[in-house]
Design a protein around this ligand. Sequence first.
Ligand code: SF4
Length: 454
Amino acid sequence: MTRFVVGDDRSQSTLFPERLEDYLSEDNPVRAIDAFVDELDLAGLGFGGIEREATGRPAYHPATLLKIYVYGYLNRVQSSRRLERECQRNIELVWLTGRLMPDFKTIADFRKDNGEAIRRVCREFVVLCRRLELFSEASVAIDGSKFKAVNTRDRNFTQAKMQRRLAQIDESIARYLSQLDSADRQGGAVPEAKITRLNEKIATLREEIQRLNGLNTLMMQTEDKQISLTDPDARSMATSGRGSGMVGYNVQSAVDTKHHLIVTHEVTNVGSDRSQLSGMSEQARAAIGSEAIYLPKPMTSGLDVKGRFGKQDFVYVAADDVYLCPAGEQLIYHYTNEEDGKTLRRYWTNACQGCTLKGKCTTGKERRISRWEHEAVLEAVQARLDRNPAKMRLRRQTVEHPFGTIKSWMGSTHFQMKTLKHVGTEMALHVLAYNMKRVISILGVGALMEAIRA
Ligand code: SF4
């Protein structure tokens, strides 16, 4: 008698179930994907290729390809080539597609050509969650997180980075030239091969300078003086950790505090969260019909760290549209301008010159305060958070759950596709898969399918 569990003999004939149906258990999540996609009005959502062509090779129905993608994102298989392979060997996909095996190009083109419709599918699932009353007692927390693009840091240039690179090259060239000088002084004692190598290195660096100068010209023509070579829309983004900036996208999402479902999301290539907030909170309100929204803490300036008054030391008096400063002076409104796409109102007083607190306030002629046009939204939130600090922690925990989960599904490079448009499609698929998984774990496959068909 053997002491191990033994598998079947490969050459032995076996009787597999006759029907594909028999391979899958009743509570397999793949059944929920099938039911969800079958109930969608794909033409209404904007999918192409719904009508049958009279001539040419018959095409795959968009429902089949959408099912493949939802399955793929739910099971961490995001690449079209891997999905092609899975369609041939994975019994769940064989069941889902009815043994259809599209090639990777067909699969990839579907995702590329139906971005907007795929985003609508993601919203449809949120509508379904609302119908299931999953948001009934919920509040919503909003925050952003940075996701890596296909673009590496070496292939992204900002003005500062470009200057740093050019300065490094200049330094290296100077070093090699001085090595050549000393070789000259030593005469024949230095082998010829070393001199050739130094000359080659200098020539390569000069070529690099030329290349960088070319890129610099292109970079200076862009609006934000930044260029990414692999994914033109990716942007260099600062993250909260020191020196841990990345080239990527900023994904804002509104997450419900009860079940941690993503109510709405948006991918941008703007590094700052603030300008996205009011739009996100409006979308979240519309999606779940809730008033309770938690936003991140409004940004304060770094001045208070330097021992000077920060913006929080100035009190806004809405009735008079003025700020009261620590010396009790009124900073009145002077003018409005735009900065980084945000409309800012500027306030100051002429009393600064004779103020005894000026040393703690400003090094300029007068202290100016800027007010973002949607600042009232942030102030209301801050007031609510000040009354209940635990909510701040709740916001963090709430939003971190989906971000952490999705990032771990994505692997080391977060997105597979390039450009804001396509990255947006990918994110929609991730969000849809995440929400679907959450609802399945909350309600179970059976209840979800019942709701889909209701
Ligand atoms: S310097 Fe100007 S803004 Fe600052 S405390 Fe004095 S008066 Fe107020």
